[in-house]
Design a protein around this ligand. Sequence first.
Ligand code: PEP
Ligand code: MG
Length: 940
Amino acid sequence: MTKRSKKQINRPPRTSQRSTSQRPVAKGTSSKSSIQKKTPRFGKTIYFFGDGKAEGDRQLLDLLGGKGAGLAEMTKAGLPVPPGFTISTKVCTRYYTNGSKSLAAIDSEMNKHLKHLEKVSGAEFGSSDNPLLVSVRSGSKFSMPGMMDTILNLGLNDASVEGLKDRTGNERFAVDSYRRFIQMFGNVVIGIPKEAFEHVLDVVKKKCNVRADNELNAKALRDVVRRYKKIILKETQQAFPQDPHRQLRMARDAVFSSWMNPRAIEYRRIYNISDEIGTAVNVQMMVFGNTGNRSATGVGFTRNPATGRNEFFGEFLVNAQGEDVVAGIRTPQPIANLERLMPKTYAQLKRIALRLERHYRDIQDFEFTIQDERLYMLQTRNGKRTGYAAVVIATDLVAEKRISQKEAVQLVDPESLTQLLAPVFESQSWNLLPVIARGLPASPGAASGQVVFTAEDAVTWAKLGKSVLLVRRETVPDDIHGMHVAQGVLTATGGMTSHAAVVGRQMGKPSIVGAGDLQIDEAKRQLTVGNQTLEEGEFLSFNGLTGEIKVGQVKSQPSEILQVLSGVLSPLSSDIYQRLDRLLKWADRYRRLGVRANADLPDQALVAKALGAEGIGLCRTEHMFFGEGRIPIVQRMILATNEVDRRKALDELRPLQRDDFYQVFKKMEGHPVTIRLIDPPLHEFLPKREDLMVDIARMESTNKYSERLEASRTVLRRLEQLTEFNPMLGHRGVRLAITYPEITEMQVGAIMEAACQLAREGRKVVPEIMIPLVSDVRELQYQKRIVERVASEIQASFGTKVKYLFGTMIEVPRAVLTADQIASESQFFSFGTNDLTQLGYGFSRDDAGKFLQIYQEKKILERDPFQSIDKVGIGELVSLGVERGRRTNPTLKMGICGEHGGDAASVFFFDTVGLDYVSASPYRVPVARLAAAQAALKAG
Ligand code: PEP
Ligand code: MG
């Protein structure tokens, strides 16, 4: 091959979208010839499968991707898999470090495997007599449904299409395959928009006076092929490539390029998948589901992925090709119909699918093609499922003795448990409205919001704080960002395995698909059902569990689990509650980390405990100050100009706080309760400055003088004194208590009175008094003296002893560095990773939102460090604090109470640094329990 033609082949795809999203050429790789000279051989890169043998298996998941590993494993198990080979993810990584160009070494290795494939298949690439056709499909380690590109029927050209016709005796099929190939190749590889091809198809359909593609005869399809080729020529100034080897190289590189297309990048961002891992490319002999009515293609699940029910589940289309099913263009038939149409093939498919489930010990999501009643398996992978289904499947597999309890604990994604706590509709308001349409219940949950018709609008409206429902004729992978922010997703076409359904389920987003009665005019931004038309912005509600759609806004109510916890529903009447409870109890047997909750009020404490919290890790006492009727007292305390007046206001607050503490202790029934003394700057308890100024101006314009006006002026003066440039770094935390020790006296007094009262009633209480924002051991010593004095006074007055702990938050980097000194005055540490992240990075918690998203888009940060702990930096601070603290105080109890305590990835990290517990917000306690168990099991 000449140098020139090589260059043409390796030319990056033409769309500007794709080229802008490609990674920059790595340093030192800009010159192709120097790369080729310097690049050492990099070992095995292509893995063959076929004829009952395979070079790879699931152990090579990283290299082969999910699809490649599954194909290899199925081949080895003797299942009917068309032969082929997998180009490993290593090549993808090379492709990018080589400036989005393939290396010549890959081409020659690929040719060797092609030769082998020809031998095994008995067909020849490019032959006009017996042509070998292949599919070229992506497949990374983590499944990314619909995000990357696929090319089918590759190997067809003007000569081989005639060979295919002669061999099959089916001209229509042969020419249809060719037009599909040119269309896919033109779009995916060359970068011509889909619409150009669809337009041609519409013109020819009109000319032939038919409505559906499959009504076009061979002659009409030849016309389509001719017109398609013209488009290619016009767009590229070159004829459609006839050399199958060249087609294959171009297709392979286009699939590698699709790894960095915007939707794939967005998908990885949402699911925290690294860009570095790359995709494999699977080249596999084509089998055809479009040879006639004895052929079909479909996808299925061994269990229902939305509800978890143990039922064979799937969909298929007769006389269709692979992508038709998932693309959601035609609504497929349920798999049960296959039993009627082709009973033997159905039975074989079911047998194989169940065998796969037993082999992989998890629900399988499989793809198949039936060519003239002969079944071929094209893919199997662990199925994506809703949180609800995940719990049902894991507990069922244990009950069926297919997996152990330990495996069940590892089978459920901890984050997905939050879906079980998501609200459902209030049945009364829901039942009042008539059902206007029904669709397929793709992902459960109650969704209510204003209708929008594009993903972009969903994002814009959501940014304005609106709840939106994304309504589309069908969703395409490019809609991912809109789906992410919408309350729910509704489509008019597509089946349970269409893109909207698969992605909706994975996101735990309520979704209904295939609601055929909806007529959606995306251009006019209108939705019509029967004689009712809804404009953009009108309210719609739907239930993703039943598939019912209604016009209007409907209030939601707590989920079934929460209804059980609050006593509205009995545990015995809720199957899902019992299953979750079982699963989490299994998890508790394996975890090492304790799990507590951040709860400030008695009812929150109750929910947290019911969800399995073993204590309160953070009770933010200032939240009690915001309780009804308390703000005026707090304001009096703040406005006081002398200690006497301040103490008067504090005396009023004391019994109110005591009652709160009493209730929280009581609800926690002897579990430890960590109470943090006041933390926020005082101005937060005063009215907003702007509001006050408006009020004052209004009063000044109407009355000359009034008591209210004078009072407002006083508040404004005090507010101005208290206002800070950087309140997060200002007069807050322990600094307040050092300035006004009487606040500490009041709070400790209230805590100890409540505790002594309960002790007197014969109840167990374990108070832990915690000082916030400490940076110097002397701050802690000062506070400790007050705490000890007040605590012993109260105990003496009650004549009772209550054991309490004294400790501190570690949330300032200096506290970490001096943790050895601080530990000598503490009985426990609780890492405040919210402030530690703020102060460690120097990112204001209040302002970082403005740039963190851009940081993530520009790949400077992978995740928002306020959501998931930055292991390398802030995590290292935690680790250092643990180590230094234990150095002087080996019995120190250690936990973490920042938001990260409820983030599964962070919990995995905290397990490794030797903390005793994590404390999460009440609804995330189940996530933390399961994540902690998985972390311990992973550590072994
Ligand atoms: C923290 O900083 O992590 C913390 C729990 O305290 P707060 O969020 O109240 O500042
Ligand atoms: Mg804090």
